[in-house]
Design a protein around this ligand. Structure first.
Ligand SMILES: [Zn+2]
Length: 105
């Protein structure tokens, strides 16, 4: 799903733990814009995430802790590989497929 109409919701970012693991390994290989697209958040929020995780540092008071809500899961089949492993609700592709998204194109 390449929905570019991502809504910016700075106070309600849900970050799957597996995305954070992926981010830790790969954040240097992508632009903030690409990372934000994958995280389904705006660039500012993505930067806050990187900052909070200690992956990158940014100046400014706005890069402080963001709220983390409990993650709702679902078992909807992945739109790419059809696997039904539970993943965060509203995530239509499984995390492995998600991680491959840019390599495929
Ligand atoms: Zn998949």
């Amino acid at each position: 799903m390449n929905d570019l109409g991502v809504v910016c919701m700075p106070k309600k970012v849900i970050v799957p733990r597996r995305f954070m693991e992926w981010l830790r390994e790969n954040h240097n290989d992508y632009t903030h814009k690409q990372l934000a697209f994958r995280a389904d958040c705006c660039v500012d929020t993505l930067k806050r995430l990187l900052h909070r995780e200690g992956l990158q540092t940014f100046e400014g008071a706005k890069y402080v802790a963001i709220n983390e809500n409990p993650i709702k899961m679902w078992n909807r089949p992945c739109i790419r590989c059809k696997c039904e492993k539970s993943r965060p609700k509203n995530q239509y592709v499984c995390t492995p497929c998600w991680g491959r998204e840019y390599e495929d194109t």
